[in-house]
Design a binder for this molecule. Sequence first.
Ligand SMILES: Cc1cc2nc3c(=O)[nH]c(=O)nc-3n(C[C@H](O)[C@H](O)[C@H](O)COP(=O)(O)OP(=O)(O)OC[C@H]3O[C@@H](n4cnc5c(N)ncnc54)[C@H](O)[C@@H]3O)c2cc1C
Length: 409
Amino acid sequence: MAEFTMELNDEQKEVRDWLHGFAADVIRPAAAEWDEREETPWPVIQEAAKVGIYSLDFYAQQYFDPTGLGIPMAMEELFWGDAGIALSIVGTGLAAVGVLANGTEEQIGTWIPQMYGDPNDVKVAAFCSSEPDAGSDVASMRTRAVYDEAKDEWVINGTKTWATNGGIANVHVVVAVVDPELGSKGHASFIVPPGTPGLAQGQKFKKHGIRASHTAEVILDNVRVPGSCLLGGKEKLDERLARSREKAKASGGERVKNAAMATFEASRPAVGAMALGTARAAYEVALDYAKTREQFGRPIIDNQGVAFQLADMRTQIDAARLLVWRASWMAVNGKPFTAAEGSMSKLFASETAKTVTAQAIQILGGNGYTREYPVERMHRDSAIYTIFEGTSEIQRLVIARTLAGMPIR
Ligand SMILES: Cc1cc2nc3c(=O)[nH]c(=O)nc-3n(C[C@H](O)[C@H](O)[C@H](O)COP(=O)(O)OP(=O)(O)OC[C@H]3O[C@@H](n4cnc5c(N)ncnc54)[C@H](O)[C@@H]3O)c2cc1C
C-alpha cells in the first residue's frame, strides 16, 4: 500500500505539466467557441487523441497509480482548461471504467478500443444509468433486460436520460433491471454495440453549463444484444443474484441497498477533482484581475473586502484538494470509507466550485457578468458538480447515514 502523500513525484509532475500545457494551449482557447456552439468538440478530442490524452492507456495509467493522485491530478488540470470540453474528453472514461470494473478480459479487449476509436477516427462512449423516474433513486430503474435463452440474446427496453454522449456514442453501456425484486442489486450492465437496431437518441438537452458536452436521452426499443454483451457474463450474474437473494432474505433488503451505494464512494473523488479544476481556474482569473484592476487610485486587491474573498477562495480550494486526494488514495488502496470520505470530498469540492466561481464574478464586477471573461462560463459550468454522480443532498445523506451507522436508502 502506498503511503498517503500530498507531494507529487517527478513523473507525476511531468504528467501534470504536460496536461496543463494541453489545457492552456488547446482546451482553454477553444472553450468559448464550443460553449456557444453547444456541440461536441470533435477536433479537440482528436487533438487529445493524437497526443495520447484521449486513450485507454493514459486513463488506465492514472487509474492504477498506487498513490491515488493520478486521476484527481489529471481531472483538475483538464477541467481547469474548460469543463465542457474536458467532459467531452473524459466522458468516454466513465463507460470504460464500467467495462473495466465489471467486464471479462475478452469484453475489455473487444469493447474499450471501440469506445475510443483511433486518432484518425475518434469515437466516444456513453454510460447510461439515469432514467426520467430514477435519478437519485437508482433503485427505481425501469429499463428491463430479459434473457432470450433460445437465441442467447438479451432484449432491452426502456428510456435512459441525461446520458453524456448518449446517442452519439459508438458504444453504449446500459444499466438495466434483470431482477426487479432485488432493487439496485438486481441491475446488470450491458454493452450495446455500434449500430444495434432499436437504440436511438431522444431529446438532446440545451443546458445551463458544460455546453460543449453532449447530453441526451437514449431510447431502447426491443434492443437485442448477444449474451456475450452482458458485462461479466451470465454465470457470474447468476451467482451474484443468488447471493443477493440470500442476503435480502437474511436482512430484509437493507444490506443489498448499502452495498450498492458503497460502490459510488470510489468514483466520487474524481468528480470532486473536476470541480476543483473549475474552482482553481476561476480563482486564478479573479486573483489576476484583482491585482490589475484599479479603482479609487489603487488595485482592488488593496481593499480588504476583495482580498479576504480571495483568501477564502484559496483556502476552500486547498481544503477541497486535501479531501479529494485523501479519498482517491483511500479508493486505490482499498481503505474502507468508514465516514463516507468519497462523498465528503465530492460534496465539499462541488460546493466550493459553485461558491468560488460566484465570488470570481463578483470580483470582476460588470466584466465578470459578461461572456468576454471566462468566469461567467465557469460559474454556469460549476452548477453541474453538485448534481451529477449524486447531488449534494445525496452526498449529505450518505455521509450522515454512514456516521449514524444507518442503512443507506
Ligand atoms: C449534464 C448532465 C450529465 C449527466 N451525465 C450522466 C451520465 O452520463 N449517465 C447517467 O447515467 N446519468 C447522468 N446524469 C444524471 C445525474 O446523475 C442525475 O441528474 C442525478 O443523479 C440527479 O438525478 P435527477 O436529475 O433525477 O434529480 P432528482 O433525483 O429528481 O433530485 C431532485 C432534487 O431532489 C433532491 N433529492 C432527491 N432525493 C432526495 C433525498 N432522499 N433527500 C434529500 N434530497 C433529495 C436532489 O438532491 C435534488 O436536489 C447527468 C446529469 C446531467 C445534468
